[in-house]
Design a protein around this ligand. Structure first.
Ligand SMILES: *Cc1c(COP(=O)(O)O)cnc(C)c1O
Length: 476
């Protein structure tokens, strides 16, 4: 067990020496005035640096190894994007600066908005939402105001059971009623169940595409046709765009509203709460509902336009998370159209390769080619008393990050695996080798798995308590 930085400190030790204070210490009789010691660790700079290096080396991160969390697209993000985002001309901007002084920043936002529209085949995008779920909410608000504006009372949103968990939550938050429809034996939208739920109360079908099973809806044309016929809109959760870049332009298949996650597909490191960005794209008839301000370009000058009577308003202070835009734009411009398509082709190839390597040890929920991720199951190990959580914990002993577990809910003992395009064949071979070895251990020596992890700084945590009543304060 490592000690905290407080325990490493020694009374009177310092890391930094300030010049002698020559200000009189009078007139500070404030109610907030400190009466005791400040209570920060007293430690030298070298010890402090070593302490944090030690903590950092215990952490698992994409620079350390594969991060196969399904649905999260934990790809390697080129360092050059970070450097560009840190350029003084970007990082030093204030959001309240005059338009004339921030033409470059506005141009970048304009260029990103146009690039996303081109990549997705949508009419226009807003960059404001700070996350995927935030984009979903903004998209639902656009749909709500669209129907209000038309005087239509549509209050339900259909969500397949293969959708991402945030989808029904966003629906409810926006005041719509969610209706779940089931997947068929292919893991795709059951068209009969869809037909049974469509009515003149249907506002939106909210489709995660590819869905959380890593499958593309083969009947997308019919699905779109059915929903439009019923007068509804189609919202696409495009957080899985990593499978579709340069291959499918959602606007061309009839998607009305969608979001993308810049912090997944477009190379912003994520985890730990952000910052991220979940831009929302719409078809032409919905463009007036987008949040304001919007960046416009007139005679080569960039400006912020607040002109819109139908706008849903703002969904973020100022313009969104600008430094994420810089990284995404740098990424898109570096790769270009061909490079982006290769991203998706390699993401799909890697997922199918990995699936083929482990499918004898683990049951694959829906066999056949997958998109950029697939869902395996450890249900076949139950007879040895082993569950998915044991497999996940054992992976940690081998120095690997576990995949997403117990999601999607429609697969028993799910292991949702997304290798992403940036991993090499050798890394995938290694990961699959360990997965297969763990399946063998489950049969021969299940105790090994039950007691895992053994080699980590802490063993098995009580995850529910850790999440619900975290105790993160050093002081009693
Ligand atoms: C990650 C993800 C989301 C949510 O995105 P956040 O940025 O975490 O809010 C929504 N849908 C899908 C399919 C996702 O993978």
């Amino acid at each position: 067990m490592s000690t905290t930085i407080f325990e490493k400190g020694r009374s009177g030790r310092r890391g930094y020496r300030l010049p002698e204070n020559d200000c009189p210490a009078e007139g500070l009789e404030l109610p907030v005035q400190r009466t005791g010691p400040v209570g920060i660790p007293e430690i030298g700079e070298q010890e402090a640096v070593r302490h944090y290096m030690e903590l950092a080396s215990k952490n698992y991160h994409i620079e350390k190894g594969i991060y196969p969390l399904g649905s999260c697209t934990m790809k390697y993000n080129p360092v050059v994007n970070e450097e560009i985002a840190r350029l003084e001309g970007f990082a030093g901007l204030h959001p309240a600066q005059r338009e004339a002084d921030v033409q470059g920043a506005l141009e970048l936002m304009y260029g990103l908005e146009r690039s996303l529209s081109e990549i997705c085949g949508m009419h226009s995008f807003t960059l404001q939402p700070a996350a995927g779920a935030h984009g979903e909410l903004a998209g639902m608000m656009i749909a709500r105001d669209y129907f209000r504006n038309r005087g239509e009372e549509r209050d339900t949103v259909i969500v397949p059971d293969s959708a991402h968990g945030t989808n029904p939550a966003s629906v409810v938050l926006c005041g719509f009623k969610p209706q779940t429809i089931v997947s068929d034996e292919r893991g795709l939208v059951d068209l009969d169940d869809l037909a049974a739920h469509l009515s003149d109360r249907t506002a939106v079908l909210m489709l995660t595409l590819p869905n959380t099973l890593g499958l593309f809806e083969r009947d997308i044309d019919r699905i779109v046709g059915m929903v439009h016929e019923a007068g509804g809109l189609i919202y696409m959760d495009g957080a899985n765009m990593n499978a579709l870049l340069g291959i499918v332009r959602p606007g061309e298949i009839g998607i009305d509203i969608m979001h993308v996650n810049l912090h997944k597909t477009f190379s912003t490191p994520h985890g730990g709460g952000g910052p991220g960005a979940g831009p929302v794209g719409v078809s032409e008839n919905l463009a007036d509902f987008l949040p304001v301000p919007r960046v416009i370009c007139e005679d080569g000058r960039f400006a912020l336009s607040y002109k819109s009577e139908k706008t849903i308003g703002r969904v973020h202070p100022y313009y969104g998370n600008f430094n994420v835009f810089v990284k995404a734009y740098a990424y898109i411009r570096t790769l270009g159209a061909r490079g982006l398509r290769e991203v998706s082709e390699n993401a799909i190839l890697n997922a199918n390769y990995l699936m083929s390597l482990i499918q004898e040890s683990y049951h694959v929920a829906f066999p056949g080619p997958c998109m950029h991720e697939f869902v395996a199951s450890a249900a076949n190990l139950k007879k040895h008393g082993v569950r998915t959580v044991d497999v996940a914990k054992r992976l940690l002993d081998y120095g690997l990050h576990a995949p997403t577990v117990y999601f999607p809910l429609i697969v028993d003992e799910a292991l949702m695996i997304e290798p992403v395009e940036t991993e090499s064949k050798e890394t995938l071979d290694h990961f699959a080798g360990v997965m297969n070895r763990i399946a063998a251990e489950a049969k021969e020596d299940p105790k090994l798995l039950h007691e895992a992890p053994r080699n980590t700084p802490v063993r098995r945590l009580d995850e529910a308590t850790a999440a619900r009543t975290p105790d993160i304060c050093w002081l009693d």
